[in-house]
Design a protein around this ligand. Structure first.
Ligand code: NAD
Length: 435
């Protein structure tokens, strides 16, 4: 491979300034910029960036659905497949009113990087349907899920592109999609989607995989700082699928979880929160707020607690230039997608705060999705211990690979993660004779 330095790809973030004065990027330009920077840092030929700067293909579909009132309503859906240089593509489908083409394209590119960091034999994909699932009946939702998969049926499949749950889609939606596709093809195709109900070929350990991966990363990060999770203090923002599992596994590893919050409020106890009690309370009350034996704090205030490990597991852009200096944590493990803006990340690095980027920290979910697909293709199902053992191995290997580049090249963990992923893609391009 020619080692000529990549010229500046000329891609710049679009710095829209919102009313709060915070920096926001067009997500597609941001994904291009991050991939371009990694290509440049690795000294790759321009051709690598040319292959990666746009998705390989994007399909826009209209999905007519007969609503409960008898009328036909047409929804718009997207599927973006970024690159299949390393295998079939993989990525979730979100149902949300704000889904748009640039977002779906960017998310498919981030999926390529996430799969590359973990060394999974996939490129990235993402899908979305513009809709408000809260306004749909169960029958309408099912008709929409089936209509979407019919509309993209020629583009997906176990050997081509494997969807999964994302925002506002769940195992039931995956079950409908798998059923519709199987009927179209005339045979049972469990490997079409991951994140299915167990009875249809879902994997043991999938539901809590992302939270587990987050805590493996927290443990590895602390180890690099000469510390253990046992006795370390931690705070978790978000107590949904990822946050509640991360808090539980931290607690089980002997960490002292002193702060937890969700959209309705937060709780603080400097002596440590009983996370099992918090899970029970949240199940009963729909929020951690009001947990007995704790002090109330605001949803965002957990971010500013003086802890060893901070886990933002709720929303994107919660740590910005405006509040980066208020963060007191030693380590941040990004469980949510994009919780730190690029400017804030730089500021935190200057302040010596070790950050495990989202593309590594929350990749436990896609890793167990990969295991689910492998089990579907084999029609042979592994016990949970085997899934967890393989997850542990893959997360630790990925952490080590990223940490090594971080140390050797003197770049941030985030840049290092992009470099690990892009290097794999470039090696595959070279082996296939593309470059
Ligand atoms: P979820 O909907 O189950 O939970 C979200 C949690 O965040 C809820 O507890 C909610 O109350 C809380 N929250 C919302 N707004 C908040 C606010 N302003 N302040 C504090 N808390 C707030 O979602 P999830 O599946 O746990 O996903 C969380 C994040 O992790 C998202 O960014 C998601 O994209 C990312 N992620 C999830 C997975 C997965 O496997 N579920 C995988 C990779 C990344």
């Amino acid at each position: 491979m020619c080692a000529a330095k990549l010229p500046d790809p000329g891609i710049r973030p679009v710095a829209d300034v919102d009313t709060g004065g915070r920096e926001t990027l067009n997500p597609f330009h941001s994904a291009q910029m991050l991939i371009g920077n990694a290509c440049r840092e690795l000294g790759l030929p321009q051709a690598v960036y040319e292959y990666l700067k746009e998705p390989a293909r994007v399909l826009i579909v209209s999905i007519p659905v007969r609503m409960d009132n008898g009328e036909i309503r047409t929804f718009i859906g997207y599927r973006s497949q970024h690159t299949d240089v390393i295998g079939p593509t993989k990525g979730g489908v979100r149902f949300h009113p704000q889904v748009d083409l640039d977002e779906v394209k960017a998310l498919s590119m981030w999926m390529t990087i996430k799969c590359g960091v973990l060394g999974l034999p996939y490129g990235g994909a993402k899908g979305g349907v513009v809709c408000d699932p809260g306004q749909l009946s169960r029958r309408e939702l099912e008709a929409l899920a089936r209509g979407y998969i019919r509309a993209i049926a020629n583009m997906v499949g176990p050997e081509k592109d494997i969807p999964a749950p994302d925002v506002n889609t769940n195992p039931q939606v995956m079950g409908w999609m798998m059923d519709e596709y199987s009927k179209l093809r005339g045979f049972n195709a469990p490997g079409l989607v991951t994140g299915k109900p167990m009875i249809l070929g879902g994997s043991a350990g999938r539901a809590e995989a992302t939270g587990r991966g987050v805590v493996i990363c927290a443990r590895e990060a602390m180890r690099r700082l000469g510390r253990s999770l046992r006795g370390a203090t931690a705070a978790v923002q978000g107590f949904g699928n990822v946050g509640s599992n991360a808090a539980r596994f931290l607690y089980e590893e002997g960490a002292k979880v002193v702060g937890i919050s969700d959209v309705r409020g937060g709780v603080y106890n400097p002596d440590g929160i009983d996370v099992y009690q918090a899970l029970e309370w949240a199940r009963e009350h729909g929020t951690v707020a009001g947990l007995p034996g704790t002090q109330p704090i605001g949803s965002a205030d957990v971010l500013y607690l003086p802890v060893d490990v901070l886990i933002p597991a709720a929303l994107e852009n919660v740590i910005t230039l405006e509040n980066a200096d208020r963060i007191q944590a030693r380590v941040i493990v990004e469980a949510a997608n994009g919780p730190t803006t690029p400017e804030a990340a730089r500021r935190l690095t200057q302040r010596g705060i070790f950050q495990v980027p989202d593309i590594l920290a929350n990749a436990g979910g896609v890793t167990v999705s990969y295991f689910e697909w492998v089990q579907n293709l084999q029609n042979y199902y592994w016990p949970e211990e085997e899934v967890l053992e393989k997850l542990e191995q893959m997360m630790v290997n990925a952490f080590n690979a990223v940490y090594k580049v971080h140390q050797q090249r003197g770049v941030s963990m985030r840049r290092a993660a992009y470099m690990v992923a892009v290097k794999r893609l470039a090696d595959a391009m070279q082996a296939r004779g593309w470059i």
